[in-house]
Design a protein around this ligand. Sequence first.
Ligand code: PMP
Ligand code: GLN
Length: 378
Amino acid sequence: FKSKLPNSAISIFSRMSLLAQQQQAINLSQGFPDFDIDPKLISLVTHYMQKGFNQYAPMQGTIELRKVIADKYKQYYNLHVDQNEEITITAGGTEGLYSTIAALIHPGDEVITFEPAYDSYSPSVQSFGGKVVPIELLASDFAIDWNVVRSKITDRTKLIIINNPNNPTGRILSQQDILALEKIVEETGIYVLSDEVYEHLVFDGKKHISVLESDILRQKSFVVASFGKVLHATGWKLGYVVTNPMLTAEFRKIHQFNVFSVNTPIQFAIADYLSDISYYDSLAPLFQQKRDYLIEGIKSTPLQILPCEGTYFLLVDYSNITHSEELAYAEKLTQEKKVATIPISAFYTSGLNQNLLRICFAKKEETIRKALQNLQQM
Ligand code: PMP
Ligand code: GLN
């Protein structure tokens, strides 16, 4: 058998969650909330199931849900996004990423990624014969040198993938970054896949900048979003992709034969729930409080904290304790201190070791408190 992904193994998220389970450790590794979703949302799902919304949804998603998404862009970004021709509901952010890559990438096309990079980008590109050209960003600021980006562009470069706010670094792109990207796109016509699944989790009064806010980028960009992060329901696997009408048509050709359509009653429930548009305002304060609680506790450990502007992940540096490899150290912490985290080396092709671990704080205060008690005994 000739594997399309000979170097792919079990994902670091599955691996560390499994180890946490085996070791009965507190699982701050894989990114998912451990608190309940709003009971009102559960009743809405039940309601729509009972009302008989149990057959195929339209291929592009229900109009009710697409309208609520368009309203969000109007309210929060003052942007007109066409609900009929620019939004497609997907099976989570993951399908949005995969179907975008499937629509764009031909064998031999080059795709620029920034590492640490989310784990699905590279295998998705390779599945279609694309070549990933990673650019390593380094701790502690993970800043992008746009001259380096330019130096990696060839006449085969088809796509640049960005993730803003960034998993795992917790950093967000500045207006200058967006302008630098805009200039490159304007000059070269390269496409952009902008993974914005953490768009609502930006802290300290900072603001997320979507690529959709740039007229130039909008002509060439696909934005990926996820309801898993917005509704604390990662298991629902619902998200969407926003792009212009021409690219949406191409995207839907793939989406149609990838999943055809996604969960009907949950689409109706989400549309109903998010008709209260102020819901989004609750997200950043909720997670900022959790971040601050974690940071306060980490201060009484030997771990050093890196800045976290967004997402529900905090990076910590353990070089005051040891210079062991990150995976080995993450495993040791899970076994000995009963706290599971994610090694950042897993997000680099080169396996670069910077003595960094990612801690997920999308957890009940009680969970974070228990983890801190264990970590404070280091
Ligand atoms: N992109 C990033 C950066 C993520 O962290 C995740 C998942 N946590 C996804 C995409 C995938 O989203 P989903 O769970 O909706 O498939
Ligand atoms: N996005 C989640 C994380 O970063 C993991 C999702 C997954 O397990 N594929 O932890």
